[in-house]
Design a binder for this molecule. Structure first.
Ligand code: GLU
Length: 490
């Protein structure tokens, strides 16, 4: 019987969730869900100096924000925990002693000075700077005595001769010559165990069946496979995901796009767009569909179909996708998700938005087709919140308005015509009637619309003017037009 698939995401809490880590989490999660398996979260905090609880919190929050949930983890517990490496040291100690007892690992007493000198010498001679195995042949009983007497020692893995093979789901068979894998350190002299060792113990203890992780871990894999062999265990299935590259084909960096998930959240990307876009980094639903749901991803995701070559992270496409999600989302949800940005921009408080809920929704509706990020809304609706007398006319709006010599006469006549039509304002009817009004006077459309737009919104383009009128209300439309007659006069 094949065991229930168990996959994990194992971030190190040494920074906020990286966008590449978010993709790794997503792929593991999607496959676990597709197979009806379990998805675990494990915190790999063996780097004591760089690990921080606030990063752990931020990683969990980032995953939740994306809509990724886990069945077992440090916060929800589970039968095979603890799920934080710093809480598993006793287990690692026991495992280390076990390997020492079987001879799969050995104590090494070489000083840092000796190792530095060795490395320098070998590098200079263009040789492999690996450890030379000096302590490999020490008498084990003698080594134990030296350790007990307080002599500092590291624990090294005894890499056997031969080759190590692995059948990567994405890359096919990968063969490593064990000569290239040095007798690596599993436990430092301080007693701190290192990643390549503990990751295997944890994956064994947590019954992990599949490991999907970044390509940068491929070189670690032979060390880990050898460790499974030393424990007489079958390794999980490995799938090394391609690197996410910037448009310059180099590793994704701040220069080519934001690298932290938090940045995208702060910028107002819809989480659904983030998931969709990340899913396309190395994988495709088919040869034509770019916008798809999480349910479709879960239904179809197969690590076999992930491409082995680097995927290009295209920020413009990401932005486009964000806009697609906003356009197709419900007004209610877009309004709700934009609200924190409106508040942060200082336009209104949450309570004020709540008190004018329908009006706020209508303001969002007027822009929903145009914004690509939630954060783009405040600047576009700021005119609605400005005091009439303080509305800023942008330079281009002013220039466009002033191009029309008859602007004041036109606006005066228009205001007179418009005033009785403002309450209640039927946007579509007034729009049609306004166009007819312009035609009757043999004016060009911009001769009215540019001064009118400048008067009402202060901007040269954007929102539908009649929607703007409806949102401003009769009194403010009148006030703004009257003010404009004076401000545009000179
Ligand atoms: N803690 C490792 C990392 O953050 C994960 C290693 C693994 O998935 O095996 O890169």
């Amino acid at each position: 019987m094949t065991p229930t698939p168990r996959l994990r995401f194992a971030p190190s809490p040494t920074g906020h969730l990286h966008i590449g880590g978010a993709r790794t989490a997503l792929f593991n999660w999607a496959y676990a869900r597709r197979m009806g398996g379990k998805f675990l979260l494990r915190i790999e905090d063996t780097d004591r100096e760089r690990s921080r609880p606030e990063y752990e919190r931020s990683i969990l929050e980032g995953l939740r924000w994306m809509g990724i949930d886990w069945d077992e983890g440090p916060d929800v517990g589970g039968p095979l925990g603890p799920y934080r490496q710093s809480e598993r040291y006793e287990r690692y100690k026991a495992a280390a002693e076990e390997l020492l007892a079987t001879g799969a690992a050995y104590l090494c007493f070489c000083s840092a000075e000796r190792l530095d000198a060795l490395r320098a010498e070998r590098t200079q001679a263009h040789e492999n700077p690996a450890y030379d195995g000096k302590c490999r042949t020490l008498d084990p009983a003698d080594s134990l005595r030296r350790r007990a007497a307080g002599e500092p020692a590291v624990l090294r893995f005894r890499v056997p001769a031969g080759q190590t093979r692995l059948d990567d789901w994405i890359r096919g068979e990968v063969v490593f010559d064990n000569k290239e894998v040095e007798d690596w350190v599993m436990v430092r002299s301080s007693g701190d165990p290192i990643y390549n060792f503990v990751v295997v113990i944890d994956d064994i203890d947590m019954a992990i069946t599949h490991v999907l992780r970044g390509e940068e871990h491929l070189t670690n894999t032979p060390k880990q496979v050898l460790l499974y062999q030393a424990f007489a265990r079958t390794p999980p299935l490995f799938a090394h995901l391609p690197l996410m590259l910037g448009k310059d084909k180099k590793k994704l960096s701040k220069r080519t796009g934001d690298t932290s998930l938090q940045d995208y959240r702060d910028k107002g990307y819809p989480p659904e767009a983030v998931l969709n876009f990340l899913a396309l980094q190395g994988w495709a639903l088919d040869d034509k569909t770019t916008v798809f749901s999480l349910a479709q991803l879960v239904e179809r995701f197969d690590p076999h179909h992930v491409s082995p070559s680097g995927s290009i992270f295209d920020p413009e496409k990401f932005l486009w996708m964000a806009g697609e999600y906003i356009r197709h989302d419900t007004l209610e949800r877009v309004a709700e998700r934009c609200a924190p940005f409106v508040v942060a921009a200082g336009l209104a408080t949450h309570a004020e938005l709540d008190a004018r809920r329908d009006w706020y929704r209508a303001a969002v509706a007027a822009e929903k087709e145009r914004i690509r990020l939630y954060s783009e809304l405040p600047a576009r609706i700021a005119y609605l919140f400005a005091k009439d007398a303080e509305l800023v006319y942008q330079d281009d709006a002013m220039a466009a308005a002033k191009k029309h010599a008859e602007r004041v006469a036109t606006l005066t006549a228009y205001l007179e015509w418009l005033a009785p039509r403002l309450e209640p304002l039927e946007a579509a009817a007034v729009r049609d009637a306004t166009k007819a009004w312009v035609k009757e006077r043999a004016l060009a459309m911009p001769a009215l619309f540019q001064p009118l737009r400048c008067a009402l919104t202060g901007a040269a383009g954007g929102v539908d003017l009649f929607e703007a009128m409806r949102l401003l209300g009769a009194e403010r439309v009148r006030a703004r037009l009257e003010l404009a007659l004076r401000r545009l006069a000179e």
